[in-house]
Design a protein. Structure first.
Length: 384
């Protein structure tokens, strides 16, 4: 598969037709255990489904192929994937350096769940190379970055950051949820591991939770695989199958998400009601040049700061109709959210807090003229 291009791999990797019946779509192996041909006589290595399941194996092969990785492991959620990665690699006394606008759930996992087990975490502005160098310690094991970030769409130079981290003996994990591998391949830019909430663009239809760890090589696979097996936060067969089905249309969906978001960003940039449009596809965005270099498109996420302030932002988030008010992102349907009270409520009052006049859009793949008309009627309904 590795000599095929991205869209082809997304459809075929790990998805050979069923050898028994020729069914073009491999079946959902909805089973908890596998019959043995004599004690220890496992067929294709399958034994008990916490250890392995053929539907999950197909998804894992597909995920590795998408990111250009050596292997991948899939989990019940993005945070379950992150937890297995962190506990597989870290030991008490280790330090993790995070971007200062990291996904709130990642921050919570490290500072609330893992801190009592001796893991230290600090945050830094990842756009500032000197600040990263100063924040690195001898104990720093992982530099964790997200680009574009959530919700302000900051861009981090993956290759430059990896160089700094590696020079200090740390490894680099990229949360590639926002860009998806259709737009950005962190392993090729020097990252050691990629994590995903497959709940978002990879699944793509807001109908399944999931997460993944993708490995550049075999250094960390056994440790994380052991966590997957020993703890058991695996993807269920139906969830793995739905994620696989979503991935097959990733390339075409992300192209449309990006095209629609670019049009909305340009529309919003010309409206006086918005004081800032956060979208890396705009040449005015501070990360535009790096994004143009390390991504093949700018994605479907954008945020808008309302000039009239927090009350207007809240009212706007409640005034749209096609853009439905909900957490999450990356589905075919457009969503709007008010980060300070929704996705980022857990970091309110911390150094990771989000400006109170910002709304976040996950731009879907509906007709973009309908989407812009919806935003216009929303503005008309609020007092700005
Ligand atoms: C949603 C999300 C996660 C967590 O994934 P879940 O599937 O919700 O557990 C992690 N990182 C980013 C960037 C996300 O958007």
């Amino acid at each position: 598969m590795s000599d095929h291009s991205f869209a082809t791999r997304a459809i075929h990797a790990g998805q050979a037709p069923d050898p028994l019946t020729g069914a073009i779509i491999p079946p959902i192996y909805q089973a908890s255990t596998h019959v043995q041909d004599g004690i220890g006589g496992f067929r294709e290595g399958y034994e008990y489904n916490r250890a392995g399941n053929p539907t999950r194996s197909g998804l894992q092969t597909q995920l590795a192929a998408l990111e250009g990785g050596a292997s991948a492991l899939s989990f019940a959620s993005g945070l379950a994937a992150e937890d297995a990665l962190l506990r597989g690699i870290l030991k008490p006394g280790d330090h993790v350096l995070l971007g200062n606008d990291v996904y709130g759930g990642t921050y919570r996992l490290l500072t609330k769940v893992l801190a009592p087990w001796g893991i230290e975490t600090t945050t830094v502005e990842l756009g500032d190379a000197d600040a990263i160098r100063q924040a690195l310690r001898p104990e720093t094991r992982i530099v964790w970055l997200e680009t574009p970030s959530n919700p302000l769409l900051k861009i981090v130079d993956i290759a430059a950051t990896a160089e700094i981290a590696h020079a200090a003996g740390a490894i680099v994990v990229v949360d590639n949820t926002f860009a998806s591998p259709a737009l950005q391949l962190p392993l090729a830019l020097g990252a050691d591991l990629v994590v995903h909430s497959t709940t978002k663009y990879l699944g793509g239809h807001s109908d399944v939770l999931g997460g993944a760890v993708v490995f550049a090589d075999d250094r960390f696979y056994d440790q994380v695989k052991f966590q997957q097996f020993a703890v058991g936060a695996v993807s269920a067969p139906l969830d793995a199958w739905l994620t696989t089905r979503g991935i097959k249309t990733l390339a075409v969906r992300v192209r449309q998400h990006s095209e629609n978001a670019q049009a909305i960003a340009e529309w919003a940039a010309a409206r006086p009601e918005f004081e800032t449009v956060f979208y890396p596809g705009l040449s005015s965005h501070p990360g535009h040049e790096i994004a143009a270099r390390q991504m093949s498109g700018f994605g479907g996420m954008l945020s808008l700061a309302l000039a009239a302030g927090p009350d207007a932002a809240r009212a706007f988030a409640e005034s749209t109709e096609l853009f439905q008010l909900a957490e999450s992102l990356g589905g075919v349907e457009s969503l709007i959210g008010y980060p300070p009270d929704m996705t980022h409520a857990s970091v309110r009052g911390t150094s990771l807090a989000v400006p109170e006049n910002v709304v976040r859009l996950s731009v879907g793949i509906e007709d973009v003229a309908d989407l812009i008309a919806d935003l216009e009627q929303g503005l008309a309904r609020i007092d700005v």
